[in-house]
Ligand binder design. Structure first.
Ligand code: AMP
Ligand code: GLY
Length: 428
């Protein structure tokens, strides 16, 4: 089988790693890939956003299965174009990817389908937004409706802060096109959970849920980022909770999408806030694997699990289970460049010790290799270090230990990934 993975971050390295582990005979291509994926297959020099180039390359390389990592090409219609050209693709159509690419659309779908989510209003004009915010209870959340790389949701403690945010998005073009429409929603308290499920639009298999750490600094403080780390499994998760997520969130959403003529195929990622009464409220949907969730979840899937992707893409998928349990625990620590997320500094040389030990996987994200083999920082999130063990606490120790031993000028990372789980496990 010839497989093309689209994207070039830590998630795509993890996807390539899992695909190669499950199907060693497969020939892997990645576009554009990174130095990590280069060790597992062939990197094609085509950006993930170059839809025409990717369609042409898939034909030229006689690709049997395309797995699309990031949201932007899905939102641009890559899956539609590849399917029209006769390729088997894992990932939603442009119309279905709107669940992520338009938060306003996702809210409309959820309201229609009766999915638990914070009450909200959508605005395209500044004045009505300001008037609405003036009377809204505090705190509140203002979100750019379009794709904003995980940075478009702003939790505002006061109405004044919310008005400033709305003005920046609708009036001053912060977030560009993505902020031309905003969603204002009620603040929800609780604990967050990332539930990723694979689906053909009808059948659903839930992967082991993860928790990610979106804030830059330890103790979950500082600005939101694309994600500074993740862990899996999460002790809060019970069979009853997953059943509730299936019945209250995933099934009604897929049914509503099908009813709208946009059946959903691929990974449906629900970013949930678990209310104190256990209700899973949807904060957002993503139309792909999470990053860095993928770097924690894929390594704890049972061997062979990625064969589901090809089966879904090929049609006629008949899963033999509803839920895939984790085979162990994984903790992923992201090593970021100085200045991330605002203005990451690139160019520093990375020293990757050769003897990182068993049970540690180092996924490349923002790295580049010079002709002489020198590895350099080339993006905001540089490496994702996954520690594997029987417990989250032990995996966290392993991940943090290796994160400390990898060096580059300006390295920034959190030493507390998984802290909620470690605290939970320590509580009798
Ligand atoms: P989103 O991009 O919509 O997932 O939002 C990013 C982050 O903002 C989430 O992971 C939450 O930490 C926070 N957030 C978003 N919506 C809400 C909400 N309604 N209440 C509380 N926190 C929220
Ligand atoms: N880790 C959050 C995301 O992938 O959107």
């Amino acid at each position: 089988m010839r497989i093309l993975v689209v994207g070039g971050g830590g998630r795509e390295h993890a996807l390539c790693w899992a695909l190669k582990r499950d199907t060693p005979e497969a020939t892997l291509f990645t576009a554009p890939g990174n130095p990590g994926t280069a060790a597992l297959g062939t990197n094609l020099k085509i950006p993930a956003s170059a839809v025409d180039g990717l369609v042409a390359a898939a034909a030229e390389q006689r690709i049997d299965l395309v797995v699309v990592g990031p949201e932007a090409p899905l939102a641009a219609g890559l899956a539609d174009r590849l399917r029209a050209a006769g390729r088997s693709v894992f990932g939603p159509t442009q119309a279905a990817a709107r669940l992520e690419s338009s938060k306003a659309f996702a809210k409309e779908v959820m309201q229609r389908a009766g999915v638990p989510t914070a009450p909200s209003r959508t605005f395209r004009e500044l004045d009505p937004a300001l008037a609405y915010l003036a009377t809204h209870a505090e705190p509140l959340v203002v979100k750019a409706s379009g794709l904003a790389g995980g940075k478009g949701a702003v939790v505002c403690a006061t109405r004044a802060a919310a008005q400033r945010t709305a003005r920046a998005m609708l009036g001053e073009g912060a977030f560009g096109e993505a902020g031309r429409e905003i969603v204002v929603e009620e603040f929800l308290a609780g604990e967050e959970l990332s539930v990723l499920a694979v689906t053909d639009g009808e059948r659903i298999v839930i992967l082991p849920p993860a928790q990610d750490h979106k804030r830059l600094l330890e103790g979950d403080t500082g600005p939101n980022t694309g994600g500074m780390g993740a862990y899996c499994p999460v002790g809060l998760v019970t069979d009853a909770l997953l059943e509730r997520v299936r019945r209250q969130v995933l099934e009604p959403t897929l049914q509503e999408m099908a009813a709208r003529g946009a059946p959903y195929q691929g990974v449906l990622y629900a970013g949930l806030m678990l209310a104190p009464d256990g209700t899973p409220y949807v904060l957002e949907f993503n139309c792909r694997f999470g990053d860095p969730e993928a770097e924690a979840v894929l390594p704890v899937l049972p061997r062979g699990a990625t064969s589901q992707l090809a089966a879904i893409a090929g049609g006629g998928w008949r899963p033999d289970r509803d839920v895939i349990p984790a085979t162990g625990a994984a903790v992923t620590t992201v090593l970021a460049a100085r200045g991330y997320p605002e203005q990451p500094e690139v160019g520093a040389t990375i020293q990757l010790p050769p003897d990182l030990g068993d049970d540690v996987l180092v996924f490349h994200a923002g790295t580049a290799r010079d002709a002489d083999g020198t590895l350099r920082v080339a993006g905001g999130r540089v490496l994702a270090v996954t520690g594997l063990a029987a417990s989250v606490a032990a995996a966290a120790e392993r991940s943090a230990g290796v994160a400390a031993r990898i060096t580059f000028e300006g390295k920034a990372y959190r030493r507390d990934i998984g802290w909620r789980e470690v605290a939970r496990a320590g509580t009798p």
